[in-house]
Design a protein around this ligand. Structure first.
Ligand SMILES: Cc1cc2nc3c(=O)[nH]c(=O)nc-3n(C[C@H](O)[C@H](O)[C@H](O)COP(=O)(O)OP(=O)(O)OC[C@H]3O[C@@H](n4cnc5c(N)ncnc54)[C@H](O)[C@@H]3O)c2cc1C
Length: 522
């Protein structure tokens, strides 16, 4: 696969990335890299985009991290806010968990089928001139010190500086690297259907029906279309998958919900098996794995696509900085260090949830029916559950980019707080591709000190000077300053993925953080 390249071509190679796979992970990776001026090719083996609805919910944290590239309004126009979860059994409502209709700029979650999510991201990608090359399959690769050689199934051989393996659970990239995908399968049949139903009632909440026959979950897409997901009992792992009939689905729907549903149309019916696996290392020289290629797990909690999108955002700003020589390659260690534990927690948490829901043990059945709905209804538990589901509780505090004993904010998600009175959020300030640096009042900081911070933050910085002439915090920034308990003269650094960098009045702390990041001395 090796070739001889001219100096000009070598320069082009050194700035190019191949993204393998145009599912949510690949699309977001390509979008985030291309927005930063990186030359990207994105290929997908499939001739057409998938029309399957797969992931039913886009959770809040995904909407937040995508907002600088794709405004939340674009997703809102094709989705419906998730207002809660309702647990039911034998015709009774056991517990209603209201997520609250008052949310800041972003809903807690949005019911939106995955094919629509992918279409919105593809449109954004096209608008900056990047088109997915379809019917283009990666067949083999060779990763070297300074480049990756890729062989495509159509015979093309090309060289790239980096390769993002976003080619899903059966990843060819992962297999070519010889990387193991440790974990196991769950020996149960799971059924999935998108149904158009008559007389559906409220379409703003997830409905979970608990029964000894197995879990049934319903997710409304709107206009009477609902996603059904149901545990169909033990499966022999040697048996091949068998898609259920519409009658089988209708029987499950009626018997477990004790409601007399009518299916007007079955749009998609499928059986799937669950695997729980994660690679040990996401980075392999110049090849980086993300999304389902790196971790797969049960759909309980609906975290698969969301975790994948957030992998892609985390990786892309770092890879861009490395490629632009704004940071050393070691910055990519922080991708592994930050995202691997998130993936591991999702594999573990969704597996635990799944086992409680499908256990035939009478004690666990009792817990599931009588105790669990009560526990999740308790206000503190409910609050934590909403945070966990919407992934706003993901934190990198204490990690390589956030190891400060005195700064309790560093590494945490920037809170979504109003900015002024016009219905704007602090998130509306994150319009650039680099860091956002805010000055909340002036305190003892001179303009020379402030300018040093801006200069050190790098070329793509967005500067927000929220200081009044008398040195106090500007009116529009007061809610934000209050949410961080920040006093006059506090500098707040927000990373490109809207996690917080240092929050400090000491400019030396901020300067040293940026210097470390640019030299990647972590
Ligand atoms: C039936 C089903 C239901 C699901 N339900 C949910 C849910 O409710 N909630 C949730 O969060 N998640 C759900 N998921 C998981 C979710 O769909 C995935 O987590 C998400 O699609 C991962 O995105 P990805 O881009 O990493 O991988 P994928 O979406 O799998 O995309 C990988 C892409 O790579 C392409 N590709 C593969 N090999 C090659 C190659 N050699 N060369 C070029 N291209 C290649 C494929 O064609 C594909 O387009 C579900 C998945 C399935 C299958």
């Amino acid at each position: 696969m090796a070739g001889i390249y001219s100096a000009e071509v070598r320069m082009e190679i050194s700035q190019s990335v191949l993204v393998c796979g145009a599912g949510p992970t690949g699309l977001v990776s390509a979008l985030e890299l291309a927005r930063r001026g990186i030359r990207v090719r994105i290929v997908d083996a499939a001739l057409e985009p998938s029309q399957l609805s797969k992931a039913a919910v886009l959770w809040r944290r995904s909407l937040e991290v995508l907002h600088p590239a794709i405004s939340v309004e674009q997703f809102l126009s094709d989705g419906r806010p998730v207002h809660g979860i309702q647990f039911e059994a034998e015709g009774d409502i056991l517990q209603e968990i209201d997520f609250g209709k008052r949310y800041g700029r972003f809903p807690h979650g949005l019911f939106i089928p995955q094919n629509k999510t992918e279409a919105i991201i593809t449109k954004a990608l096209l608008s900056i001139g990047v088109q997915v090359e379809r019917g283009k399959e990666v067949k083999d690769l060779l990763s070297g010190e300074e480049h990756v050689d890729v062989e495509f199934a159509d015979g093309e051989c090309s060289r790239f500086a980096w390769l993002v393996g976003a080619d899903g659970a059966h990843s060819t990239v992962r297999k070519c690297l010889g990387v193991a995908f440790p974990g196991s399968g769950v020996d149960r049949r799971w059924l999935l259907a998108d149904l158009q139903l008559a007389d559906v009632g409220q379409e703003d909440r997830i409905r979970m029906f608990l029964s000894n026959a197995g879990l049934l979950g319903l997710f409304p897409y709107g206009n009477r279309v609902w996603r059904l997901i149901a545990d169909a009992g033990p499966a022999d792992p040697t048996d091949s998958r068998r898609d259920p009939t519409c009658e089988e689905i209708l029987h499950i729907l009626r018997s477990r919900s004790c409601l007399d549903w009518t299916v007007e149309k079955a749009l998609w019916i499928s059986e799937f098996r669950i695997n729980e696996r994660q690679v040990e290392q996401y980075c392999h020289g110049r090849v980086i794995l993300a999304g389902d290629a790196a971790h797969i797990h049960s759909p309980a909690g609906g975290q698969g696509m969301n975790t994948s999108i957030q992998d892609a955002v985390n990786l892309s700003w770092k890879l861009s900085m490395v490629m632009k020589k704004q940071s050393a390659v070691s910055l990519l260690h922080t991708y592994q260090q930050e995202r691997h534990p998130v993936g591991a927690a999702v594999v573990q948490g969704s597996g635990r949830m799944l086992r409680v829901m499908m256990s035939q043990n009478p004690l666990i059945g009792f817990f599931r029916r009588w105790i669990l709905p009560y526990i999740v209804g308790l206000p503190p538990v409910r609050k934590e559950a909403v945070k966990r589901l919407s992934e706003v509780d993901v934190t990198y505090h204490g990690g390589l980019l956030a190891h400060s004993k005195s700064d309790r904010w560093i590494g945490r998600r920037c809170p979504d707080v109003s900015w002024g009175d016009d219905g704007l959020s602090i998130y509306d300030l994150f319009t650039g591709t680099g860091f956002t640096v805010l000055r909340l009042g002036r305190g003892l900081m001179t303009d020379t000190m402030w300018n040093r911070v801006i200069h050190t933050a790098g070329p793509d910085v967005t500067v927000v000077d929220a200081a009044m002439p008398d040195g106090t915090v500007a009116e529009e920034a007061k809610a934000f300053a209050q949410s961080l308990a920040a006093t006059d003269g506090t500098i707040v650094v927000v990373r490109p993925d809207s996690y917080l960098g240092p929050v400090s009045q000491d400019i030396e702390v901020v300067l040293s953080w940026f210097r470390q990041l640019h030299n990647s001395e972590q």
